[in-house]
Design a protein around this ligand. Structure first.
Ligand code: NAD
Length: 302
């Protein structure tokens, strides 16, 4: 078994990367983790993986290199920076970028990687921290069908709904649409809960019945509780959703597509970010609805 074990370097062990790396250990991969904050490297080692002191050390000899860092410049640095992945990966290695970044950066990374004899997939995910812990993420993959097939054992270890959506960059375009839908859902859920509280309705009962009808959604299941309890610990940080609304509004503009509600929610997320709430969970859109309604700080018991 150990001689056939695939080695995976995992770069970026934050809210998402850390549980994903641990699920890969559980699935039997030899996982070598690297992260800017060393505590997460220790957590992966404690779960049965190994730690590395830098990207070059993590990547040497790896069959697969997984990346899960915040933004486009981070991915560019990790892949093409000095002592980065492309300088140190063995020829033919599969690079899976799980981060959510600009589609054209993904396309460029795939081209640069291919010129160096590497296979590169963009594979952004949805399902949040809970999905990462459960290993039930939705994964939207861009790249060649051959490379997608090669990545299947890795995807199966971290995800439940895994779809090849087209050539390089397509995964990111689908993820941009995902973020548009999620942002709109969260905003309307926040508006509904502020509305219900203002009418002194039993909000827990209301959320329960709403969840069984057409208004039900994964957003409602996973985020209503944060709003009712005013617990906005991330989860998915406002700063990251602000990045993603930039991606989708740019991509819509490039395609000549108008997204009026998306643009409005993008502004509300930008406002929270500008007010210093970038570190809160995106369910904190609730705070801005409360403030706009002059209800911030009001007692919320019904
Ligand atoms: P995070 O900030 O919790 O983690 C990012 C990690 O990357 C940090 O631990 C940091 O140390 C590491 N990192 C950054 N630059 C690095 C470098 N040069 N070398 C090594 N490590 C580096 O972010 P997250 O919430 O895990 O999100 C990661 C990506 O996943 C983002 O693109 C985000 O949009 C996307 N995403 C997040 C969620 C979520 O619910 N949190 C859901 C789906 C997708």
């Amino acid at each position: 078994m150990s001689s056939t074990k695939q080695t995976i370097a995992f770069i970026g062990l934050g809210i998402m990367g850390r549980p994903m790396a641990i699920n890969l250990v559980k699935a039997g991969f030899d996982v070598v983790g690297f992260n800017l904050e060393p505590a997460a490297i220790e957590a992966v080692a404690a779960a049965g993986g190994r730690g590395a002191g830098n990207i070059a050390e993590a990547v040497k000899g790896a069959d697969v290199i997984a990346v899960m860092v915040p933004d486009s410049p981070d991915v560019e640095l990790v892949l093409t920076g000095e002592d980065g992945v492309f300088d140190n990966a063995r020829e033919g290695a599969l690079v899976i970028d799980f981060s959510t970044i600009l589609p054209d950066v993904s396309r460029r990374m795939a081209e640069v990687g291919a010129a160096r004899g590497l296979r590169v997939l963009d594979a952004p995910v949805s399902g949040g921290e809970a999905g990462a812990i459960e290993g039930s993420l939705s994964i939207m993959v861009g790249g060649t069908a051959e490379d997608f097939a090669l990545g299947a054992p890795v995807f199966d270890a971290v995800g439940a709904t895994i779809v090849h959506v087209g050539p390089s960059g397509s995964g990111q375009t689908v993820k941009a649409a995902n973020q548009l839908i999620v942002a709109g859902n969260i905003e309307l859920l926040a508006e509904a809960i502020v509305f219900l509280e203002a009418h002194h309705v039993d909000t827990e009962a209301a959320v329960k019945v709403l969840g069984g009808g057409l208004a039900g959604s994964t957003v409602l299941q996973r985020k209503a509780g944060n709003m009712l309890s005013r617990n906005f610990a991330p989860g998915f940080r406002i700063a990251l959703h602000h990045k993603d609304m930039g991606i989708v509004t740019n991509a819509a503009r490039e395609a000549g597509v108008v997204i009026p509600l998306g643009a409005a929610v993008a502004q509300l997320i930008a406002s929270l970010n500008a007010q210093g709430h970038g570190g809160l969970d995106h369910s904190a859109l609730f705070k801005s609805v409360e403030e706009l309604s002059g209800r911030a700080g009001e007692s919320h018991t019904s």
